[in-house]
Design a protein around this ligand. Structure first.
Ligand code: ADP
Length: 197
């Protein structure tokens, strides 16, 4: 089962990704996590990506596509995977389609977590406060100014994926304003309708 989670920063993708991983026993491929790992490890990709990420802009399509292509060839992706944070541009979406076609695989569903933008800043403030309460440093791009940039990037570059996948008949919209449990339940209904790859 190959599933994409789509939604603006703060929509709850991470929370629901954990739920899907547990339910479907497929790995979560978060390009954000992979890039942060590359930054932390100081790899050439990480060195290139760091300042772009800190500014809330997008890392190049080539870099993320290469990371994803390498990752989905690993054994644990044989029965499927969940993409979180990729694709984020139309070019990435087209690259993914081509990549999957080459491997005789195809996307099962694109789950969009739809939320009112007005709640996102509030959710960010809560996330920062909770991180600090645990005695941890918030992510470098988790501040209000950079968050607004990430949101703008989402509107400009990522939101066009919604009509793209709608045309493919793959888009499933979930009400991301509902409680975490209610969102998970809605996602379960979608996933139960897919079946194994
Ligand atoms: P969010 O919580 O906003 O969804 P992520 O953890 O997915 O953030 O990503 C953090 C940052 O990593 C992005 O702002 C961007 O700089 C970079 N990034 C992650 N995925 C991609 C991608 N598919 N294409 C380009 N840049 C990406």
């Amino acid at each position: 089962m190959i599933v994409i989670l789509l939604g603006p920063p703060g929509a709850g993708k991470g929370t629901q990704a954990a739920h899907i991983v547990e339910k479907c026993h497929i790995p979560q491929l978060s390009t954000g996590d992979m890039l942060r790992a590359a930054v932390a490890a100081g790899t050439p990709v990480g060195r290139q990506a760091k300042s772009v990420m800190d500014a809330g802009k997008l890392v190049s399509d080539e870099i993320v596509a290469a990371i994803v292509e390498e990752r989905i060839e690993q054994d644990d992706c044989a029965n499927g995977f969940l993409l979180d944070g990729f694709p984020r541009t139309l070019v990435q979406a087209e690259t993914l389609d081509a990549m999957l076609e080459k491997k005789d695989r195809s996307l099962d569903a694109v789950i969009e977590l739809r939320v009112d933008e007005s709640v996102l800043i509030e959710r960010l403030r809560t996330r920062i406060a909770q991180t600090q309460a645990r005695g941890e440093e918030p992510r470098k791009d988790d501040n209000e100014e950079t968050f607004k940039e990430r949101l703008q990037v989402y509107r400009d570059q990522t939101a066009p994926l919604i009509p793209y996948y709608e045309k493919q008949g793959k888009l499933k919209v979930v009400d991301g304003m509902a409680s975490i449990a209610a969102v998970s339940a809605e996602i379960d209904v979608i996933l139960d309708g897919i079946g194994p790859e």
